[in-house]
Every structure is written in C-alpha cells, then in structure tokens.
Design a protein around this ligand. Structure first.
Ligand code: ZN
Length: 137
C-alpha cells in the first residue's frame, strides 16, 4: 500500500458560513467549492493549501455522523485523509493486517473521490480516510 500525501483534513463545524468567513478573512484562504454530500448528511466547504485541502463539514442532520460528533466532542478536527493508489487493494491489505474498517468497500465522497474510512479504534484514535481520485488524467 502506498500513500502519496495528505489529501485533506476534515474539520467539523457548527456553522459552515461562519467558518468559511474565518478561513477566508482571517487565514486568507479561498473557498473554492461548497458541496452537499447527502449520503453523509453534511455540507462541505473546501480550501486548497499547497497540495492539501481543508474540508469543513457542517451537519445537515443532528443524527448524522458530524452531528453526533459535535454533540459529543464539539467542533474540531474530525478526520485525516490520505491519498492512496488502488484503494480496493489498500483496504484488503489493511483488513489482512487486522485494521477495523468502517467501509468494507469504497464509496463516493465529495468531489467524486472514492473514499473509505478506517475505524479510530485501529488507528490510534484518529478517524482515518483513504481517498483515490480515479477521475484524474
Ligand atoms: Zn474527508
């Protein structure tokens, strides 16, 4: 399995627009996309910094994963996403090594990426996402 870089850092926020304002007006980054991912009950906003993105996540449903996270832990860093080549093989390898997978198979995430989460119990408490962009030329 070969990870190439940190694809993005996912940050749970209560108010997407207030957070976008902070990242734009205080940190000077530019939000280049806002997308709702119905499947995960979130609205996302993306910023690019070097080769790494910051993904802000606002829950659209208190019962969704981000809604529950914020209720338990408040706003903050939610997950770390690595770019990987051959996500299916990577998942098979990790499973073989005893890593607990949240997603047995990749599914579609924001920006059309194939994504899969690994359980934080197996990764030292860090919710870890693998992503592969199969659309890139
Ligand atoms: Zn993510």
């Amino acid at each position: 399995m070969k990870l190439s870089h940190i694809e993005h850092i996912g940050i749970a926020v209560k108010d997407l627009h207030a957070s976008i304002k902070f990242y734009e007006e205080v940190l000077g980054l530019e939000c280049y996309a806002i997308e709702e991912v119905k499947d995960q009950k979130v609205k996302t906003a993306f910023f690019m910094l070097g080769g790494t993105k910051i993904e802000l996540l606002e829950s659209t449903d208190p019962e969704g994963p981000i809604g529950k996270f914020i209720e338990k832990k408040g706003e903050g860093v939610h997950h770390l996403a690595f770019a990987v080549e051959g996500i299916e093989n990577a998942l098979a390898t990790l499973k073989e090594k005893g890593v607990q997978l949240v997603d047995q198979q990749p599914r579609k995430g924001a920006e059309g990426l194939d994504i899969a989460f690994l359980h934080p119990k197996s990764t030292g408490g860090v919710l870890t996402e693998l992503c592969e962009n199969k659309n890139k030329s």
